[in-house]
Design a protein around this ligand. Structure first.
Ligand code: NAP
Length: 557
């Protein structure tokens, strides 16, 4: 994003240092078109145009010059169109002392279609017979829709094909769901010319990251979080660092996290770091899939089903594994049962799963799909770091949602005596019933925290968001002070919340000298188990924990 020439040059220098190959100057951010009527100045040779020529001549990277008009295609230029076209002509014929032309001019298809005259002028700017320079300017012919998939998408693609001057085609529209990315990948495959096909908004991120896998001409990234030139753009650091953009190629296997929201998930950071450490040809991306609404509660299952089946079956995506999180963990089990996929015991018993693995044979054909739950084993494995056996332990689980469910099932199966206390008591009762039904003979019941005898509780697991950053309860503890004070000295306090790492509940337990476990341990153990299922390899020791702690340290105020 350009505000003035000097800051544009500074940003371009920073972009080069951060690893960019090309920079886009959004001239519409500061070109006003004024002075064009000056009879003394040749076409386009205004003070503003000279400043822009200076910017391009001094650019530390080859550049795309874009001057998008205000309106549906998301530009900021609101001067006369003649002046904009004159600027393009001037850029296209730049050959004076100290002048250099842009490597690309980005012009909208809708602009070119406006008149034969404009088309001729743009063609001249691109292929001017008097061009006396070593840099050839090429045309990126573009089309944008910030509201959604344009209904006339096919017609636009055909119209682009009919424009002989265009060297690169660019189509960008707001993705309505992650499924739109697949159509964008297909557009690239069908294009005879180099193509940029991007989904804007949170649902389109996949099209930006996976661009090299599908042979896209380029992808865009912003220098800073707040400076994206289109919604949903990753930063350069995310693209090149987290997503290892330079190592993505046609053969790269795709993994991701499905849920909503997934924007702040740490799973992409840990799994991509894990792939990097073992030189695994894979990339792990956020895949946001919304849940059901109050009006249409079944919508969550329907969108999960439609999305997963399309992703799994796409012939060139090569989807190999998914982490699945809120609100789809229970739907994943239902889908696995509907599709006849293999389900592990834990998922079957708890009715919730967080992992999907797609197995392929040597020819790349799908050989099977497996669904697993790594949450429940992670909770038990975390506990095993402090106590070898939870058999017979009196455990209190706070909450009755996804994590509490995994914890209560895991503990009941391990032989603990489980009490579930939840804000909505009926959900605690229903969970206790489910556990007794799935594990006959186990001891699981609902209870009320206020009437419980704290001195008899040996293990507390918080499965509510109380204390979590951004939940509105940060600084709170789900355990009343008197309850904490009355726990026996050998009690273990386990908070599944991992942001902040040290919650108020854990601080209070530590202050009492009790043994504690943080949500980081659980997160790392479930992610490591998923990584083993995805790759057949064990992640480098301590890597996931280090990545999580580094990320959380950055997020702390
Ligand atoms: P969930 O399915 O939405 O369940 C949340 C549970 O917490 C529900 O039982 C809910 O009670 C209760 N609750 C929510 N807000 C409350 C409040 N203000 N006061 C009292 N009870 C409240 O969520 P989840 O997937 O189980 O996740 C719960 C927490 O676990 C997350 O916030 C996250 O911090 C943590 N987590 C940790 C990991 C890890 O790997 N460490 C992974 C996922 C989640 P009702 O039934 O009354 O609504």
């Amino acid at each position: 994003m350009v505000r003035d020439v000097e800051s544009a040059l500074r940003d371009a220098t920073a972009a080069r240092a951060a690893g960019a190959d090309l920079v886009e100057f959004r001239l519409d951010e500061f070109f006003s078109g004024e002075g064009q009527q000056d009879a003394q100045a040749p076409t386009g040779d205004t003070p503003e145009a000279k400043l822009i020529l200076h910017l391009i001549a001094e650019s530390p990277l080859p550049c795309i010059a874009t001057c998008r008009p205000v309106g549906a295609e998301g530009g900021a230029y609101d001067g006369p169109d003649d002046a904009r076209i004159a600027l393009f002509e001037r850029l296209g014929t730049a050959f004076g002392p100290g002048e250099r032309a842009p490597r690309y001019l980005d012009v909208e298809l809708s602009t070119l279609q406006r008149s034969r005259n404009i088309r001729q002028k743009i063609a001249l700017a691109i292929e001017h017979p008097e061009q006396l320079r070593d840099v050839t300017t090429s045309l990126i012919l573009s089309s944008h829709d910030f509201t959604g998939r344009p209904p006339d998408l096919d017609r636009r693609a055909l119209a682009m094909r009919d424009e002989p001057t265009a060297r690169v085609h660019k189509i960008a529209y707001r993705a309505r769901s992650v499924r739109d990315n697949l159509e964008l990948f297909d557009l690239i495959a069908q294009s005879e010319r180099p193509m940029i096909a991007l989904g804007m908004g949170e649902f389109g991120l996949m099209s930006r990251i996976l661009a090299p896998k599908f042979g896209a001409f380029l992808t865009f990234a912003s220098l800073r979080d707040s400076e994206a030139t289109a919604p949903g753009q990753p930063t350069l650091a995310e693209l090149l660092g987290t997503y290892r953009f330079r190592s993505i190629r046609q053969s790269t296997k795709v993994f991701g996290i499905v849920g909503y929201p997934v924007g702040h998930s740490m799973s992409p950071a840990v799994h991509n770091a894990g792939f990097d450490a073992i030189s695994f040809d894979g990339v792990y991306v956020p895949i946001p899939v919304v849940g059901g609404s109050r009006e249409h509660p079944a919508g969550g299952h329907e969108s999960l089903k439609a999305t997963l089946l399309e992703l799994i079956e796409h012939p060139r995506l090569h989807l190999c594994g998914l982490s699945v999180t809120i609100p789809h963990k229970e739907s994943l089990v239902r889908l696995a049962l509907e599709q006849g996929w293999t389900i592990d015991d834990v998922s079957r018993r708890t009715g919730a799963a967080n992992t999907l693995v797609v197995d392929h044979d040597s020819r790349g054909t799908i050989a099977g799909v497996r669904v697993a739950n790594t949450d429940a084993p992670a909770i038990l494995n975390a506990l095993r770091t402090l106590t070898p056996d939870t058999r017979g332990a009196r455990a209190l689980v706070l909450g009755a949602g996804g994590v509490a469910r995994a914890a209560a099932f895991a503990l009941a199966q391990a032989g603990a005596s489980v009490i579930i206390a939840n804000r909505t008591p009926a959900r605690a009762e229903s969970l206790a019933r489910d556990i007794r039904h799935a594990l006959p003979g186990c001891d699981a019941r609902a209870g009320d925290l206020l009437s419980l005898e704290a001195s008899s509780v040996e293990l507390v697991i918080n499965g509510t968001p109380i204390g979590m950053s951004g939940s509105g309860t940060e600084g709170d503890s789900p355990l009343p002070t008197e309850f904490m004070a009355s726990l026996p000295a050998h009690a273990i306090v386990f908070d599944t919340v991992y942001n902040p790492i040290e919650t108020s509940m854990l601080k209070a337990a530590r202050a009492r000298g009790l043994r504690v476990l943080s949500g980081v341990t659980m997160f790392v153990l479930q992610a490591e188990a998923q990584f083993r299922l995805f790759t057949g390899r064990t992640p480098s020791a301590g890597l996931f924990e280090r990545v999580v702690r580094e990320r959380l340290a950055v997020r702390q105020p």
